[in-house]
Design a protein around this ligand. Structure first.
Ligand code: ADP
Ligand code: MG
Ligand code: MG
Length: 250
């Protein structure tokens, strides 16, 4: 479904991604781990079309389409979803209006009619349950005054509403206490099908106790330097990242 080949990307002339290769198939869960500053968030920004980054080399296809040709909103309509490491507050835009616009835009793209008000409210209700999101939050402006944990939960709520084909979760675990972590992970697991895929970006192994990855990658200095099964996450938890740096130096 997703094929990244030799992807290089820069910001302000500084190269951050230095040749990423990654293939994700339907139904797979990939974890991308790596020390701070490796380029994990940059990769998610480039995949979703953040214009601050310039792709200087390589290709990304999503179901055969050249993703790099599409503006961010069309990547979303194609079914790519990013849960931000740092979700933004959008004062004055209510969650209800925000979600209704997003859901109906996605439906229009698929040639489906807009949801009626009651259908939409039922969808909101059903999906709020997935992440146990309080109705009060759903009636406020997007993320405004939400706690760190509530913002992260709200990201997964939005994911539940849009039913993406590829979800990228950028450090969704940061700022979550253990109960919120369980709720968020449970939400992600409930949304899993054999058709959709997830890329879980995380610094810590902890989240992967709840969201089981099929494949674990280590991103370091803009490259994927190691790929293995779930056992790699446990090894990183135990030994940190220094041994990988040493291995590379040798
Ligand atoms: P990670 O998510 O793995 O912690 P990032 O992708 O956030 O890493 O950052 C990778 C590198 O890119 C870092 O050296 C960071 O300083 C740099 N970087 C990220 N965003 C910007 C930016 N807007 N301007 C300049 N440098 C940036
Ligand atoms: Mg970071
Ligand atoms: Mg990051």
């Amino acid at each position: 479904m997703l094929e990244i080949k030799d992807l290089h990307a820069s910001i302000n002339g500084k190269e951050i991604l230095k040749g990423i290769n990654l293939t994700v198939k339907p139904g797979e869960v990939h974890a991308i781990m790596g020390p701070n500053g490796s380029g994990k968030s940059t990769l998610s920004s480039v995949l979703t079309g953040n214009p601050a980054f310039e792709v200087t080399k390589g290709s990304v296809t999503f179901y055969g389409k050249n993703l790099l040709d599409l503006p961010p909103e069309d990547r979303s309509r194609e079914g790519i979803f990013l849960s931000f490491q740092y979700p933004v507050e959008i004062p004055g835009v209510s969650m209800v209006n925000f979600m209704r616009t997003a859901v109906n835009e996605h439906r229009k793209y698929k040639g489906l009619p807009s949801l009626t008000a009651s259908e939409f409210l039922k969808l909101m209700r059903d999906k709020r349950a997935v992440v146990e999101l309080d109705n009060k939050l759903a009636n406020r402006s997007v993320n405004e005054g939400f706690s760190g944990g509530e913002k992260k939960r709200n990201e997964i709520f939005q994911m539940a509403m849009l039913e993406p084909r590829l979800s990228i979760l950028d450090e969704t675990d940061s700022g979550l206490d253990i109960d919120a972590l369980r709720i968020v992970a449970n939400g992600v697991n409930l949304l899993k099908t054999s058709e959709n895929s997830t890329i879980v970006i995380t610094h810590y192994q902890r989240l992967l106790d709840y969201i089981k990855p099929d494949i674990v990658h280590v991103l370091y200095q803009g490259k994927i330097v190691k790929t293995a099964g779930p056992e790699l996450a446990l090894e990183l938890e135990e030994k940190g990242y220094d041994w990988i740096k040493k291995e590379l130096e040798e």
